[in-house]
Design a protein around this ligand. Sequence first.
Ligand SMILES: Cc1cc2nc3c(=O)[nH]c(=O)nc-3n(C[C@H](O)[C@H](O)[C@H](O)COP(=O)(O)OP(=O)(O)OC[C@H]3O[C@@H](n4cnc5c(N)ncnc54)[C@H](O)[C@@H]3O)c2cc1C
Length: 375
Amino acid sequence: MDRIAIIGGGLAGTACAYVFRRGGMEPVIFEASESLAAGASGNPLGLYNPRFFAEKMPQAEFYAEAFLDICSLLQEIGEEVDHSAHGSLHLITTPEKDIRFRKMLESWGWGDDLMTIVSAEQASDLAGIKLSHDAMFLPTSGVACPYKVCGYYARDCEVRLNESVTELVQTTSGWQVNGESFDAVILACGAGVLNFEQTNWFPVHTVRGQVLQFAETEVSKNLKTNLNYGGYLLPSTNGVHTSGSTFQSWLTHTDILEQDNTDILSNLEKAVPSLSGDKEVTYARASLRTASKDRLPIIGCVPDPEAFEEVPSQVQNMFVSTAHGSHGIVTSYKAAEIIFKKYVQDADNSAYVEVSPDRFLKGKGNRKTRVNFSQ
Ligand SMILES: Cc1cc2nc3c(=O)[nH]c(=O)nc-3n(C[C@H](O)[C@H](O)[C@H](O)COP(=O)(O)OP(=O)(O)OC[C@H]3O[C@@H](n4cnc5c(N)ncnc54)[C@H](O)[C@@H]3O)c2cc1C
C-alpha cells in the first residue's frame, strides 16, 4: 500500500488524507501544532460558496465544480460537521455588483436551483429579517464547522501531532520525511511551503483575518440564510452568530484586535440596518490565510524551478495544495481529488490550477492570461 506523507493538518492536508485513504492508500498527516486545524482552518463555523466571476472562464469553472463537489460531500456527512445547507444571499449593495451578478447569472448558466437573483422583498422573506437590497441567492450554499470537517477527513488516518517536518530528502523511490520513508509527499502547510527548498520560490503570502461570534438578538435570531455583503453573517447556532471577517496582508500576528470586532459589526450594520443595535461579542479568533499572487489556489505537481522556464519538469512524487485564500472549505476538497488523480493516473484529465511558468514567472499583472489549466 502506498504511504503518503502529508505536511499540514488543516483543511488542505486532511482533505488529501481523506481522498487518498478512500483510494486505498496509507496517508500520514504531520502537523506541527498540538491539534488538527490549528491554523486558518480552526474557525467555529464557515460558509461555502463558489468564488464569483462575471464570466464563466476556467477559473470560474474550477470554483463552480469545487462548489458542487463539496455540496454533495457535506450533504453526505451532514450534522457531524455542523453542516446546514440553508442558502446564501449575496446582497447587491452597489451598481457595479448589480452588473457583475447579472452577468454571472447569464454566463454561468446555472438554473434557479443553484443561482437566482431576488428582489429585496423576496430576499427579506428568504432571510427572515428585513433587507433593503436585491440579492443573488444560492439555495444549496450553507455552513460547516471547518475544524470538525478536518476531524472528519482525518478520522481513519494516522496523525502525528506536534511533529513539524523539517527535513525532506528525495530518494530513488520517494521521500524521506523527518527520516521516514514515503512513496510521495504532499505539502499542505499554507505559507509553510516557503520553508522547503523545492517550494521556497512560490509567490504566496499570508493575509490575517478575524472572525467573531455575538449573542443572538430578538431580531437576528430570525435569520435563516447566510448573508454576504463584503463581510458575512451566519444564522444563529446555539444562540450565537458567526460574523467575519477582516483582511490584513500587512499583519502577521494572530492576537485579537478590538478594532477588528468594531469593523466587522459596523460593516454588518451598514449593509443590514435592521440588525443595528448593541451586540454582545462572545468569542473572536484570528488566523492567517495563505494566498497566491493571482489569488487562486496552487494545486498539483511541484515544478522543478531549475528546469522551469526551459522545459517544464516536475519534482517527482511531490505535490502541493496551498493558497486556498478565503474559500478553503470549497477548494481543499477539489484540490485533494485533483492531486489523487495526478498521483494514481499521472493524469491531466481534471481541470486544475497548476503551477506553470505562464502563471508565475512570465506573466506581469494580467490575471486572466497567467493561469494555465489542464483539461
Ligand atoms: C478569518 C477567516 C475566515 C475564513 N472564513 C472562511 C469561510 O467562511 N469559508 C471558507 O471556505 N474559508 C474561510 N476561510 C479560509 C479557510 O479557513 C482557509 O482557506 C483554509 O483554512 C486553508 O486551509 P489550509 O489547510 O491550507 O491551511 P491551514 O489551516 O493554515 O493549515 C496549515 C497547517 O500546516 C501546518 N504546518 C505548517 N508548516 C508545517 C510543517 N513544516 N510541518 C507540519 N505542519 C506544518 C500548520 O501548523 C497548519 O496547521 C477563512 C479564513 C480566515 C482567516
